[in-house]
Design a protein around this ligand. Structure first.
Ligand SMILES: *[C@@H]1O[C@H](CO)[C@@H](O)[C@H](O)[C@H]1NC(C)=O
Ligand SMILES: *[C@@H]1O[C@H](CO)[C@@H](O)[C@H](O)[C@H]1NC(C)=O
Ligand SMILES: *[C@@H]1O[C@H](CO)[C@@H](O)[C@H](O)[C@H]1NC(C)=O
Length: 409
């Protein structure tokens, strides 16, 4: 059993103080240093340190960068994402969203897109991947600007990393023996079915180039989605799962909304359990981390080779290794760590891809009266008031022992 979640209520005033200091020092450093120092002794030495779990406490969650894709016109989204990142000690780089893609610039298949919004969203993700490749960025987290996370995201991501290492790294002291036998022997999957390993498993392997597992061992970590499934033997993916049990940041089952995913988490695991596995049938590109290798592969496949369906479904094909896409190594987590936030607003304001139909009567449109993010207990967006004023009585929309609240949208 694991209980390493710290009591954030007690720690927060300290965290805020520490953050102000780190922020001031950080501001001094960034203006003085070049963003991409030449590779030298200092950098290669630093590389060996990059795998430390403690780095996840840094302003980029142990990745080299965090990018947030945001349309310049959605100033409301920008205000909220900048404030939410700042209050949880995350440093984000904003990437402009795209509303128009020249016909001549569209790769094969793009004629299948029916909305300019979906094509623009694809392009904004490709621009971000292009930046990662251009700057040789080792790993980066890419988020959309309506994404939310728990106030305790850093301890959650440390647990995720302990789980992802168990699925990606060879067992300590071996070169190529894995905890999950189905990584090397997929035929084992049909005999054994899916095995679940506890996050506290003793074979904890070290990683060197990233706290989440060496960057050459993974392409994508699908941390924010609107539904995913746990792979089954017939999906031809490694089946190993790692469970993070007694995680108080996971709501009780009655509150869990699988959205477009399957029911296995609810059916097979106890309350307050989070499960990390290979990604399967993930939808929505709300938040995902890529290694440089992953960024190169996605940029090649989706920007140059072809794009014939929405960006997230194309990524899903790559992670699942289906529909004429070679498989990537993608991990996912249920329930997700990043989620779409639904603020108090008109429902049509939620999406830039699906526009409100012209002529629809604004007065008849549904209005969302409760700010929420499915499956996220101490939502950062839902607690901006508390965080700004230093009130530690956080809103938890999904308290234990209570029925699921009635949410729209
Ligand atoms: C956070 O840690 C990662 C390596 O684990 C490193 O690449 C990155 O530069 C660090 N970010 C900051 C802001 O220090
Ligand atoms: C990118 O970074 C890697 C690892 O730090 C290095 O080996 C490689 O030479 C770099 N490539 C470029 C083009 O800077
Ligand atoms: C915390 O907030 C809830 C909901 O607004 C309220 O009912 C409760 O009394 C508050 N608790 C404290 C200790 O202020």
């Amino acid at each position: 059993m694991l209980k390493i979640i710290v009591n954030a209520r007690k720690l927060l005033p300290w965290a805020v103080g520490a953050f102000i200091i780190v922020f001031l020092i950080g501001a001094g450093f960034t203006s003085a240093s070049t963003p991409f120092p030449p590779l030298g002794k200092a950098r290669s030495h630093a590389l060996a340190e990059d795998g430390k779990l403690g780095n996840i406490q840094n302003a980029t969650l142990g990745f080299e960068k965090i990018f947030v894709i945001s349309l310049p016109s959605r100033s409301d989204h920008r205000d909220a994402v900048v404030l939410a990142s700042h209050l949880t000690c995350l440093a984000v780089d904003i990437v402009d969203g795209i509303t128009h893609v020249d016909d001549k610039a569209q790769p094969p298949g793009a004629e299948k897109f029916t909305t300019t919004g979906a094509l623009g969203a694809w392009r904004a993700h490709m621009n971000t991947l292009q930046t990662i490749v251009k700057h040789n960025t080792t790993s980066a987290l890419i988020m959309e600007d309506d994404t939310d996370w728990d106030i305790r995201i850093k301890s959650q991501m440390q647990n995720f990393a302990r789980a992802s290492r168990l699925l990606l790294q060879p067992i300590s002291g071996t070169a190529a023996t894995y905890l999950d036998p189905t990584i090397l022997h997929p035929e084992e999957a049909l005999i054994q079915g899916a095995q679940t390993f506890d996050i506290a498993h003793s074979a904890v392997p070290q990683a060197t180039s990233s706290p989440y597992g060496d960057v050459h061992r993974w392409d994508l970590l699908w941390l924010g989605h609107c539904g995913a499934s746990l792979p089954r033997a017939e999906n031809h993916l490694p089946l190993g799962r790692v469970s993070i049990s007694a995680d108080e940041t996971v709501p009780e089952k009655q509150h869990i909304d699988p959205q477009l995913g399957d029911q296995q988490l609810i059916q097979q695991y106890s309350d307050h359990t989070r499960v990390v596995s290979r990604a399967y049938m993930n939808t929505c590109s709300l938040a995902y981390a890529v290694s440089l290798q992953g960024a190169r592969r996605i940029l090649y496949e989706l920007a140059i080779r072809k794009i014939d369906k929405a960006m997230d479904l194309s990524l899903q094909d790559m992670c699942d290794g289906v529909n004429d896409r070679p498989g990537l190594t993608c991990l996912s987590v249920l329930p997700q760590l990043f989620q779409q936030h639904r603020p108090i607003a008109r429902e049509s304001s939620f999406s830039d891809i699906d526009k409100r139909q012209d002529g629809a009567d604004m007065a008849e449109e549904k209005y969302n009266n409760i700010a929420f993010s499915r499956n996220i207990r101490w939502s950062t967006r839902g607690n901006l008031r508390q965080l700004v004023y230093g009130d530690t009585n956080y809103t938890d929309l999904f308290p234990d022992g209570m029925p699921k609240p009635d949410l729209v949208g």
